[in-house]
Write a protein that binds this ligand. Structure first.
Ligand SMILES: Cc1ncc(COP(=O)(O)O)c(C=O)c1O
Length: 388
């Protein structure tokens, strides 16, 4: 047989998935998984009911490629209220999760050889998508102490081949929320050097301590160069429904739509009806989830601060903490394996999110309070015996 395309070889299976598979094979009965990047809550019942109703009523056919008009209108209204950026329904494209939004946006923007700036540590599919488009990833390390990007460092790496920068605030894996000055500086650099900004805002509803999320769109209100990616997955605990969206100017959306039409016709009709219900009637559920995440975050940060050797800047968003573990061990995979085998706690090694994540682990607190308490007890006990 002839070999399959080399494209597949460019994509590495993310280490956090490999760890999960490995952990499952070990057969331990008491494993606690703190490596999961999805809400542990069930989808709110009113959303599930809306999906059942759609099916009962035979709403089981293709929809408009762009997504249901009513859903896009509601999204446009909500976005306008939240971000104070006025948009219409034709500036929205409904997708199969933000994962698809990311892929089709990168495929639409990046030509072979174009450079794409990734702020590392980053969500691994950014790298795979850039590689699939034959673009050149340009890795900009965030400041090791604050885990936030430094605009001066970005500026130095920009050149005429720079096509896109991907910004993700609140950030997976660090949980950091980038301040107004950083976001504004990134937009200024993009304007000066005429490149696009993909802003992945899937965690924008999960912020703590009255922190504010600054979207690049606030500084680019005509959406001249900003494309926003968002999703129902995290906000409404709907990961399995595969429903997300992107926001951009009409011209950009029309171009991305061409690619989307070839990849899949439209997002699931049933999930779109569920998403509409989520937008209209689920703020109370989101508030409750946020309150619970806030309690868990406090617990994890309090407990980590009492374990000598963990150094954890306070993350203000998402549901991750990203402690520096380099005083125990620089090799994050080795440390992850130690916690797995000795504490029976599964975390993600920092280097799964780019080499700049080395010396850290990612702990997800999208897990019950009971699990988190038990995991923290076990980690505190086992690291006492850690030997390099
Ligand atoms: C930063 C970030 N972007 C995008 C996604 C993809 O989410 P979905 O495709 O479920 O919307 C994830 C999932 O973990 C994520 O963490």
């Amino acid at each position: 047989m002839k070999k399959m395309a080399k494209r597949g070889e460019l994509i590495e299976r993310p280490a956090y998935r490999a760890i999960r598979d490995y952990a499952a094979q070990l057969g331990y009965k008491d494993l606690i998984y703190l490596n999961i990047g999805e809400p542990d809550f069930s989808t709110p019942p009113n959303i599930v009911e809306a999906a059942k109703k759609a099916m009962d009523e035979g709403f089981t056919h293709y929809t408009e490629e762009r997504g249901l008009g009513e859903l896009r209108e509601t999204l446009a209204l909500k976005f306008g209220e939240e971000k104070k950026v006025k948009i219409g329904k034709d500036e929205i494209l409904v997708t199969n999760g933000s994962a698809e939004a990311l892929f089709i946006t990168i495929m639409s923007l990046v030509d072979p050889g174009d450079e794409v700036i990734l702020l590392s540590p980053y969500y691994p599919p950014y790298l795979s998508c850039v590689r699939m488009a034959s673009g050149k990833p340009v890795i900009v390390s965030t400041d090791r102490k604050t885990l936030t990007p430094q605009p001066e460092t970005i500026q130095k790496l920009v050149n005429e081949k720079t096509k896109v920068i991907i910004v993700n605030s609140p950030c997976n894996p660090t949980g950091m929320v980038y301040g107004k000055d950083i976001i504004k500086a990134i937009v200024d650099i993009a304007v000066d050097h005429d490149f696009y900004i993909i802003s992945d805002e899937v965690y924008d509803r999960f912020v703590y301590d009255d922190e504010k999320v600054w979207s690049p769109s606030i500084f680019d209100p005509a959406l001249e160069r900003t494309i926003i990616i968002n999703s129902f997955s995290k906000t409404y605990a709907m990961t399995g429904w595969r429903i997300g969206y992107l926001i951009g100017n009409k011209n950009i959306i029309a171009n991305i739509l061409k690619i989307k039409g070839s990849v899949n016709v439209c997002a699931s009709s049933i999930s779109q009806k569920a998403a509409l219900e989520a937008l209209k009637n689920s703020d109370n559920h989101v508030k409750k989830m946020l309150e619970e995440y806030a309690k868990r975050r406090k617990l994890v940060l309090d407990r980590l601060s009492k374990i000598p050797g963990f150094n954890c800047p306070t993350p203000k968003g998402a549901f991750y903490v990203f402690p520096d573990i380099s005083s125990f061990e620089r090799d994050s995979l080795k440390f992850t394996m130690y916690l797995l085998k000795e504490a029976h706690v599964v975390v993600s090694p920092g280097k799964a999110f780019g080499l700049e994540g080395e010396g850290h682990i990612r702990i997800s607190y999208a897990s019950s309070m009971e699990n988190l308490k038990m995991a923290m007890d076990r980690i505190a006990e086992t690291v006492k015996n850690y030997q390099t």
